[in-house]
Design a protein around this ligand. Sequence first.
Ligand SMILES: [Zn+2]
Length: 262
Amino acid sequence: MAIGGGKVIDCCKYMAFLNKLPLFVMPTAISNDGFCSPLASLMVNGKKRTLKTGLPQGIVIDTKILAKAPIKFFYSGIGDLLSKFTALNDWKFAFRQSGEYVDDFAVALSPNSLEAFLNYPDKTPQDSECLRILSNSLLLSGIAMEVVGSSRPASGSEHLISHAYDQISSQPSMHGLQVGIATYAISFLQNKEFENVRKAILETGFFDFNKKYPLNKTEFIEAIKLAPKIKENFTTILSETGQIEKLIDFVQKDELMQQLLA
Ligand SMILES: [Zn+2]
């Protein structure tokens, strides 16, 4: 039984997987979709690695406990959820480029989970219904990964930038906060959900929270350059010639980006 935050849950998921044991999970904070995903992010020989695990057999979520977690966990959870906007577009892009298999059921799950959260009016970390919907949305994203057997439904180029930032930065931030900021930038590049993502980061309070703790601009730009090399054989919008330069230009000029990075 794993009770705690992301690190505890990831360790327990991996141990249960190796020992072929059932696992029950009770998250004390919802900062990403890891509490219900078939992957664990663990330090291996001093480097963060994503390892395959199974899904937990059961999950207990107590919104009263989640409401007591530091507020940054809430916004990190939102950031990780927003990445479904861009991850799905990268997946479809990979299909058009290389014929990579796209699972329609998994594609259908993600937008539903996003909309349920975005349509809920009172998006505050003290509102237990809001926490329930956010948890449920992230949970569906984890299940979508299990359905396909890959992280594609939940992770695209925005995640590559966050993983690269983890490697480059002297002070990496939380996974979902980095991912949410990268999602906003990537949505511009994809030229598909930009207005929706912009609206979402403003309306959910994600932008206001993050401008108090901006990421390092120089490191973020380096992370964009490194991102396509993070995962082998993983086609995203960043794989296309000229897109990295276009994204760096956006990061240096966009009004919201100037406040999310310093
Ligand atoms: Zn994530």
